[in-house]
Write a protein that binds this ligand. Structure first.
Ligand SMILES: Nc1nc2c(ncn2[C@@H]2O[C@H](COP(=O)(O)OP(=O)(O)OP(=O)(O)O)[C@@H](O)[C@H]2O)c(=O)[nH]1
Ligand SMILES: [Mg+2]
Length: 315
C-alpha cells in the first residue's frame, strides 16, 4: 500500500484531501508523510487575499483562478472560513462561487475553519500550503477574512498579500489603516461599480504615499468589479510584477525565511503542548489546573511553573 505522501506525489486527489484532514485535526498520523513531502515543496508561489467580510474576496479568488488557468497555471485554494456569527455559511457560499472550477483538476479547493481565532490563519495552514505545493500546484491562493490586526498573520505565509477594500469605507479605512497599510503588497478596490470607488482609491493612495515612501515596491491600487470580471487581468499582471520584484530584489529569501519560522513555531508549539499533556498524564490534569485558576486558588503563572516542573522532572 502506498503512503499518503506517495499518493500526493502521484497526484491522487483523495490522498491530498485525506492528508489535509489529518493536518486539520492535528493528527500525529500526518507527521511521517509531511516529513517526506517537504523535499518536494518550495516551488509554489503563495498569494494571500484578505479584507473585510463580504468585500468580494471569494468572487475575486474565483475570477483570479480562471485567469491563472487561462495562463496554464494550476491553482490550490485555501479558504479560511472564520465560522463567525457575521459570516456563517461562508463555506457554502464559497463552494457556489467557486463552482466553475469544481470539475477542473488543475484547481484544488479546500475550506478550513479557524476554530476561534477570528480572521486568523489556522495552525495547520502552512502544512496545507506544503501539501498543495508538493501536489504540484503552481499557485496557492489563501482567502482569509481580515478583521483588524489579525490580517497580519497572512503576510507570514504569503509571498504576495492582496488587501481587498470596497468603496465608501472612508471611515473604516481610517480605523484600520494602521494594520492594513503595512501588510498589503497590492490593494484592490472591489465593487468599483458602486459609487465612491475613485475616492476610495485616492484616499488609499494618499495614505500609502505617506507610510511607504521609503520602500522600493510601491503597492499598486487596482479597481475591480469581480462579479463582471473587470480588472482581474490587470490584478494578475500586477501580482506577477510583484513576484518578479521579490525575485530580483532577493526579498523572496526573507519571505521564505519568515514563512518557515512561522511554520516551525506552529509545529513547535503544537508538539510541545502535546508532549507536555502526555507527560502530565492527559489533558484532564491540565483541566484540573484551569479549574483551580478559575477559582482563584492558583494563578496562571504558578500553574504553568508547576506543569513545567512536573514535566521536566520526569525527563
Ligand atoms: N456590486 C458588486 N458586488 C460584488 C462584487 N464582487 C462581489 N460582489 C458581491 O458581494 C457579495 C459578497 O461576495 P463574496 O465574494 O462572498 O465576498 P467575501 O469577501 O468572500 O465574503 P466573506 O468570505 O463572507 O467574508 C456577493 O453577493 C457578491 O456577488 C462587485 O465587484 N460588485
Ligand atoms: Mg469568502
Amino acid at each position: 500500500m502506498s503512503t499518503l505522501a506517495e499518493r500526493v506525489l502521484n497526484k491522487e486527489i483523495r490522498g491530498v484531501a485525506r492528508l489535509i484532514t489529518l493536518l486539520e485535526n492535528n493528527s500525529s498520523e500526518a507527521t511521517d508523510d509531511m516529513k517526506s513531502l517537504f523535499a518536494h515543496t518550495g516551488k509554489a508561489f503563495i498569494i494571500g487575499m484578505t479584507g473585510a467580510p463580504g468585500a468580494g474576496k471569494s468572487t475575486l479568488v474565483d475570477k483570479f483562478t480562471a485567469e491563472l488557468r487561462a495562463r496554464e497555471l494550476t491553482v490550490g485554494i485555501i479558504a479560511v472560513d472564520p465560522t463567525s456569527p457575521f459570516t456563517g455559511g461562508a463555506i457554502l457560499g464559497d463552494r457556489i462561487r467557486m463552482q466553475q472550477h469544481s470539475t477542473d483538476d488543475g484547481v484544488f479547493i479546500r475550506s478550513m475553519a479557524t476554530r476561534g481565532t477570528l480572521g486568523g490563519l489556522t495552525a495547520s495552514t502552512n502544512g496545507v500550503v506544503n501539501v498543495m505545493d508538493a501536489y504540484g500546484k503552481d499557485i496557492v491562493l489563501i482567502e482569509t477574512v481580515g478583521v483588524g490586526q489579525d490580517e497580519v498573520e497572512i503576510v507570514k505565509t504569503a509571498h504576495s498579500t492582496i488587501v481587498v477594500t470596497v468603496p465608501g469605507l472612508g471611515d473604516e479605512i481610517q480605523a484600520i489603516k494602521a494594520g492594513i497599510l503595512e501588510i498589503g503588497d497590492l490593494f484592490v478596490v472591489n465593487k468599483a461599480d458602486k459609487e465612491g470607488a475613485d475616492e476610495t482609491a485616492r484616499e488609499l493612495e494618499i495614505m500609502l504615499s505617506m507610510s511607504q515612501e521609503k520602500l522600493d515596491w510601491k503597492p499598486p491600487i487596482i479597481k475591480t468589479v469581480a462579479t463582471k470580471d473587470e480588472g482581474i487581468k490587470e490584478l494578475v499582471d500586477k501580482v506577477f510584477e510583484h513576484k518578479e520584484y521579490l525575485e530580483e530584489s532577493k526579498n523572496i529569501v526573507d519571505k521564505n525565511r519568515i514563512q518557515i519560522e512561522t511554520h516551525m513555531k506552529d509545529v513547535l508549539r503544537e508538539e510541545t503542548i502535546q508532549r507536555v499533556f502526555k507527560a502530565l498524564g492527559g489533558e484532564e490534569e491540565f483541566e484540573k489546573l484551569i479549574h483551580s485558576v478559575a477559582e482563584r486558588k492558583l494563578d496562571p503563572y504558578t500553574a504553568v511553573e508547576q506543569i513545567l516542573e512536573k514535566v521536566l522532572k520526569k525527563k
